[in-house]
Write a protein that binds this ligand. Structure first.
Ligand SMILES: Nc1ncnc2c1ncn2[C@@H]1O[C@H](COP(=O)(O)OP(=O)(O)OP(=O)(O)O)[C@@H](O)[C@H]1O
Ligand SMILES: [Mg+2]
Length: 180
């Protein structure tokens, strides 16, 4: 059987900056040199821990994000550098099923605001007590402290689901009974 998709040495790196206008302070190596091929008619499963780069790989293969390096052969055409207008035909043949209800997290709000908002609305905490509670909620769901200043699109799908869980825990004031 012929290969439908062959990717070689695929990389996607994200610069990480400090604050909105801050300069680059590091790099996230979300996808770092992946090779794989999928044959026509084959079902391919990609498994790995949360945040290891599966969705980023899919987004890059779909060209929803540009690759940092590597080649993506789809039906014998290298689509890694095709201009957007030439991708239209290929997109008809590749579809993505998104894993998380992204729409439920406001893309213009930081995680701190998203989780904190629930606390204000439900009069659970305010001021410095609020940030303290947000940090505790993030800790409970396994997100790092610096997540508080980041935006939903900077997280993996599973991590975004945890943002939703932190918000839900705060909203229901469950944390005070369970974890504090
Ligand atoms: N736009 C971005 N800017 C910075 N970092 C990002 C960005 N998108 C993803 N990341 C980081 O890249 C890594 C890989 O994320 P990705 O969404 O590909 O993970 P995943 O394997 O799909 O995880 P999950 O199983 O939780 O869905 C994570 O550490 C994530 O925080
Ligand atoms: Mg994912």
């Amino acid at each position: 059987m012929t290969d439908l998709l062959t990717i070689k040495n695929l990389k996607k790196h994200f610069p990480v900056s400090a604050g909105i206008f801050g300069k680059q302070k590091g790099t996230v190596y979300a996808v770092d040199g992946v090779d794989l091929s999928i044959k026509k008619g084959e079902t391919f499963g990609l498994v790995g821990e949360s945040g290891c780069g599966k969705s980023t790989l899919a987004r890059v293969v779909m060209r929803l994000a540009p690759p940092t390096a590597g080649s993506i052969m789809f039906e014998d055409v290298d689509i890694s550098a095709l201009p957007q207008r030439d991708l239209r035909n290929i997109r008809k043949k590749m579809q993505m099923i998104f894993q998380d209800p992204y729409a439920s997290l406001n893309p213009r709000m930081t995680v701190g605001d998203i989780v904190g908002e629930a606390l204000t609305i439900h009069k659970i905490a305010n001021g410095s007590k609020k940030s303290e509670t947000v940090l505790k909620l993030l800790d409970v769901v396994g997100l790092s402290k610096d997540s508080i200043n980041r935006y939903p699109h900077e997280f993996s799908g599973g991590q975004r689901q945890r943002i939703g869980i932190a918000r839900a825990l705060g909203r229901r004031n469950l944390i005070s009974h369970t974890f504090l």
